[in-house]
Design a protein around this ligand. Structure first.
Ligand code: ADP
Ligand code: ASP
Ligand code: MG
Length: 404
């Protein structure tokens, strides 16, 4: 089995010890145990801040060397905790675990995993602790896989070991119809498809890194998202699509948000040049609007610093045009194709006095950029506008079902 524990699940020594106990119990029950660990709570942010005290633009290679330290720490400490409980364990960093990536520092993509060392350790009966978030280039340089990247590490290790599933242990009891910390009456989903999870994750639902979901879909790995605090069963993300018996109706899955989703401005470049600069750093292109003289664009989920560095590489100065923007999205099957979904979103927001400055839709998502300070309220408003709350019987169809 491959179990991944996120930052808050290994946030202090007591929690690390509890994780070690879980692993030892599973080992003693006869399982082959691989655990992929994140850095302890805010360690990655703290390391980033340390670099930023020295410079606004740290060298990408050295930044990766620094950020990868957090995961190494967790794994070594967990191995020590397992030893103390009387079992054998070994920690493996990205290189030792055979995680080969490209050279896009800060957002590297995995090219292959050679799990030979993991397999050898399992054969010796060891509990194997693999660093999340870390990889290594052909040249032996340390890389990191983008924020939240331990999820992708875990899925990749499970796929490389030929396992059908991977457990993501985190600080919430599963995947909800919205972030339960922002929308208190969000409902926990028992099951959803990779595709539905990807829609939510790409719109900002932090519980799973989008790249991890893509990997899981590509390799047929089912994901079990569950709470490391309670241990109860959580949400299964599987290949199976939800049944949609509502003919020609949009089926809303949930609401996702980003408190910060800025609009950038750059002068003197064409859209293709902007796109190439972002692509060179593995960053997404959201919307690009305006004329070549003055373009505005979004890069959903990217750190502003990474966007500035990407454009800086081609000698362009990018300004964060509107830093005080976030976004809220409604995700679901065919919802972006239905004008009544967009209408309901915009009317609901407007009734609350929230004015989006940019509305974008894809077939499975409608996103609105709104003031950062209004994002949480917008998420709550849209969640109830689509009847997703706890006491609702089921997500309400939007539009009229076809009569027989
Ligand atoms: P970890 O450190 O375990 O990787 P993350 O902080 O990356 O955990 O992700 C878990 C957080 O994701 C939760 O604490 C929750 O606030 C947030 N979240 C956002 N959207 C959702 C959602 N739809 N369902 C569950 N959690 C969500
Ligand atoms: N520690 C990394 C981060 O904070 C990776 C992860 O937690 O998944 O982004
Ligand atoms: Mg995470």
């Amino acid at each position: 089995m491959v179990w991944k524990f996120g930052g808050s699940s290994v946030g202090d020594m007591d929690r690390l010890r509890r994780v070690a106990q879980r692993l030892v119990e599973a080992r003693r029950a006869g399982a082959d145990v691989v655990a992929v660990l994140s850095a302890m709570s805010d360690t990655t942010d703290d390391l980033l801040e340390m670099a930023n005290v020295l410079t606004a633009q740290p060298d990408a290679r050295e930044l990766d060397a620094l950020l990868a330290v957090g995961e190494s720490m967790s794994c070594a400490l967990a191995a020590i905790a397992v030893h103390e409980l009387g079992e054998r364990a070994v920690s493996l960093n990205g290189r030792q675990a055979g995680v080969l990536t490209d050279t896009a520092h800060g957002n590297a993509r995995m090219q292959s995993i050679d799990p030979a060392r993991i397999v050898a350790a399992l054969e010796q009966g060891l509990i194997v602790l693999v660093t999340g978030y870390q990889g290594v280039t052909d040249d032996g340089d340390v890389t990191t896989l983008g924020r939240g990247g331990s999820d992708a590490s875990a899925i990749a290790v499970a796929a490389a070991l030929g396992l059908p599933e991977c457990d993501i242990w985190t600080d919430v009891p599963g995947v909800f119809t919205a972030d339960p910390r922002v929308v208190p009456d969000a409902r926990r989903l028992d099951r959803l498809s990779h595709e539905a999870m990807l829609q939510l994750a790409e719109a900002g639902a932090q519980v799973m890194q989008p790249r991890a979901v893509e990997l899981a879909a590509a390799h047929g790995v089912a994901i079990h998202v569950r709470s490391s605090f309670t241990g109860e069963p959580g949400t299964w993300i599987t290949e199976v699509r939800e049944e949609n018996d509502m003919f020609e109706t949009a089926r809303i899955i949930g609401v996702a948000h980003r408190r910060h989703d800025p609009l950038y401005q750059v002068d003197g470049l064409t859209p293709a040049q902007v796109s190439a600069a972002l692509d060179g750093h593995g960053l997404p292109v959201g919307s690009i609007i305006g004329s070549p003289g003055e373009l505005r664009f979004t890069s959903p989920g990217a750190e502003p610093q990474a966007v500035i560095a990407a454009l800086g590489d081609i000698g362009a100065a990018v300004a964060v045009h509107d830093e005080e923007l976030g976004s809220v999205s409604v995700a679901g099957d065919a919802c972006g194709n239905r004008s009544e979904v967009t209408l309901r979103i915009l009317e609901s927001l407007e009734r609350t006095g929230i004015r989006p400055v940019l509305v974008t839709s894809t077939p499975s998502r409608v996103s609105c950029h709104v003031a950062s300070g209004a994002v949480d309220e917008a998420a709550r408003v849209l969640h109830s506008a689509f009847g997703l709350h706890t006491d609702a019987a089921a997500p309400q169809p939007v539009g009229v079902a076809l009569a027989n």
